[in-house]
Ligand binder design. Sequence first.
Ligand code: UDP
Ligand code: MG
Length: 155
Amino acid sequence: MPDKQQTLVLLKPDALQRDLLGEIIRRFEMKGLKIVGLKFVRLTEALLEEHYAHLADKPFFASLKQFMMQTPVVGLVLEGYDAVAEIRKVVGSTNPRAADAGTIRADFSMNMPSNLIHASDSPESAETEIKRFFKDDELFSYEKITDRYIFGEGV
Ligand code: UDP
Ligand code: MG
């Protein structure tokens, strides 16, 4: 059996401003990823400095932080087999113009930092990032009627 994982996604201010929240969430749902956490988050500079610490010395760091604080972001925790890698595949590469057609970033965006979505890049960072944005009681475990078709158990 493949590894069932959870991963963190943030829908960035451009997704909210461009009315793409529903379309992006729909794509995750259609892929068969289960939403186990969902809320608005108001990002702060301190939170962004932790979340984007790997970019602290980049020339675009200040403008990236400003961009991410323009509106609330939507935080999602999604669950599924190999969810971390599968979501990165659906989201597409960081630069939307280098992303493969059919990915969300390629289909709906043109430039950075406004590439619509953050998604954890490894199982280790997913664990840290879920804890960074969600409390235990904000994560839900539930069965859906489609689980056995999506996850292929006992169909
Ligand atoms: N970013 C940017 N310019 C760059 C590289 C990254 O503005 O040259 C922004 C972009 O919004 C990206 C975020 O910084 O999504 C985080 O960068 P990372 O390399 O972690 O890419 P991601 O994991 O989001 O694909
Ligand atoms: Mg990243």
